[in-house]
Design a protein around this ligand. Structure first.
Ligand code: ACO
Ligand code: KIV
Ligand code: MG
Length: 514
């Protein structure tokens, strides 16, 4: 299999992401992790950009032992000198020098004719040659450069002494067949091309950075440049983890491989996200939180039977522990049953069905049903003692300039529906006054507490109350995504238990599974 070299530019192009600024310590931490990941080349920064970046590149250059360390420079002597300075102490230093070649860049940015571009780049490469044996030349905006001129530029770079020629799609304008064709043409038409490595550097403006990089590989590219998590200027660069996993997963198709230690991918992604502050979207290929998560019942059932039904990569390959079955409104019984086993509950089929129906109700109200939600739902008391009152509906009116009121409708054990409206000094007080008005019980609220069962705005709220009547007290619990409903449920639960206790005084409260 052909080996594809991985040129990591997380610390240079990745750092060009708006809002990202890595200090020396952070660059070093990422560089050490990139070494563990096994990238071949690390572009550590642009030393001419600032004394701080020069110092950071120098720290990386001195620290890294198992990858070549590279600094970027314009085709200007002072930039090249800054790279020479920054790479002092590097075990395997290399220069990356660039000049734009496309008509748009020549005319508007550089204000140079074609021959001036050729001369300037040639002069820079030859100047650098006295300091570096390894020089990569990039024809910036190669994607929008006339193909015959790009052949001329590549020829010049090889003759001047470049060891790698990079073909950047600087503005992410290419599609895979066009970009692949550039590599094919250069391979066919430029003399001496076999003496150097051809490199691909893609941007994701049209979402094709990885596809374009793979097309380059299919057409002879020896090196892929990219960043971890695909961060970088504007929409970012080719994500290295995507290329590495595409080659590993579809070796049958690409016939090429990297020497990356794939098990370090997840860790590297997390570190880069943490230090750059660039959050990885949940649906990001390979490293997104959902890349190995399955939510829908049919998929979960398939996964439980055989993982390859819905996973083309095993999470262990990139250093994750396992796939996740996420319970939500699309989940089915198979995944729910599995979750119950995971959480340590043994329920018979009927209990599973009852719990599953409750779970579906909850999933309609809540985006993510967490383990804590399921535990709380399962441990909610069984209607073991007959419910004297059960909550039918609740309506609360609250305004900071008006008196809160609540209308509660309950059903009695005999099937009678009763409704009562009451006011209170707060919403919960109004609810409790309305419930009091529905019953003939004279109870005292001894304790009230509320807590969130899981996390997030839609977390389940759990209310505990203790009611007292003639020295007998009972506690009740209510659970809902709405705290007022949870409050009403807790009060009615305690009321039912109090009535039950009065009827059979020796009996203890018992919580049990559904
Ligand atoms: C596609 C890429 O990712 S390229 C890399 C982008 N990275 C950076 O720009 C790194 C951070 N940059 C910087 O700190 C600054 O831009 C510096 C220090 C490099 C230069 O700063 P300044 O001297 O103030 O120049 P400024 O940034 O305003 O303009 C860039 C100049 O470089 C010229 N230039 C651009 N690319 C090149 C090149 N490859 N070779 C030679 N000159 C170039 C421009 O034409 C412009 O020249 P002009 O001032 O004569 O018009
Ligand atoms: C410096 C070059 C390689 C670059 O980042 C680009 O053209 O996108
Ligand atoms: Mg770039």
């Amino acid at each position: 299999m052909r080996k594809i070299h991985i040129f990591d530019t997380t610390l240079r192009d990745g750092e060009q992401s708006p809002g990202v600024n890595l200090n020396t310590k952070e660059k070093l931490e990422i560089a050490y992790q990139l070494e563990k990941l096994g990238v071949d080349r690390i572009e550590a920064g642009f030393p001419a950009a600032s004394p701080g970046d020069l110092a950071a590149v120098n720290a990386v250059a001195r620290a890294v032992k198992n990858a070549s360390v590279i600094g970027l420079a314009r085709s200007r002597e002072q930039d090249i000198d800054a790279v020479v300075e920054a790479l002092k102490g590097a075990q395997d230093p290399a220069l990356h020098v660039f000049l734009a070649t496309s008509p748009i860049h020549r005319k508007h940015k550089l204000r140079m004719e074609k021959d001036q571009v050729l001369e300037t780049a040639e002069r820079a490469i030859k100047y650098a040659k006295q300091y570096f044996s390894k020089i990569e030349f990039s024809a910036e905006d190669a994607g929008r450069t006339e193909l015959d001129f790009l052949c001329q530029v590549t020829d010049m770079a090889i003759r001047a002494g470049a060891t790698v020629v990079n073909i950047p799609d600087t503005v992410g304008y290419m599609n895979p067949s066009e970009y692949g064709n550039i590599f094919k043409t250069l391979k066919e038409q430029v003399p001496g091309i076999e003496k150097i490595q051809l490199s691909a550097h893609c941007h994701d403006d049209l979402g094709m950075a990885t596809a374009n990089a793979l097309a380059a590989i299919l057409n002879g590219a020896d090196q892929i440049e990219g960043t971890i998590n695909g961060i970088g200027e504007r929409a970012g660069n080719t994500a290295i983890e995507e290329v590495a996993m595409a080659l590993a997963t579809r070796a049958d198709f690409f016939g090429a491989t990297t020497t990356l230690n794939l098990r370090e991918i997840a860790k590297t992604s997390r570190l880069v996200s943490k230090l750059t502050g660039m959050i990885v979207p949940g649906n990001k290929a390979i490293v997104g939180a959902n890349a190995f998560a399955h939510e829908s019942g049919i998929h979960q059932d398939g996964m439980l039977k055989e993982k390859t039904t819905y996973e083309i990569i095993s999470p262990e390959t990139i250093g994750l522990r396992d796939s996740k079955l996420v319970l939500g409104k699309h989940s089915g019984r198979a995944a729910f049953r599995e979750k119950l086993i995971d959480l340590g509950y043994e329920l018979d089929e009927e209990a599973v069905n009852t719990a599953f129906a409750k779970f579906k109700d909850l999933a309609d109200k809540k985006k993510n049903v967490m383990d804590e939600d399921i535990r709380a739902m399962l441990e909610e008391k069984l209607a073991e003692s007959p419910e004297v009152y059960s909550l039918e509906t609740i309506e609360v009116s609250y305004g900071n300039k008006s008196t809160p009121s609540a209308t509660i409708r309950v059903r009695t054990a005999e099937g009678e529906v009763k409704e009562q409206t009451a006011e209170g000094n707060g919403s919960v007080d109004a609810i409790y006054n309305a419930i009091d008005g529905l019953t003939t019980e004279n109870v005292e609220l001894e304790d009230y507490s509320i807590k969130s069962v899981s996390h997030g705005k839609d977390a389940l709220g759990e209310v505990h109350v203790v009611l007292k009547q003639d020295e007998v007290s009972a506690q009740g619990r209510g659970l809902s995504t709405d705290i007022l409903e949870a409050s009403a449920r807790a009060y009615i639960d305690a009321l039912n238990r109090l009535i039950e206790k009065r009827k059979s005084p020796g009996r203890r409260d018992k919580m049990s599974l559904i």
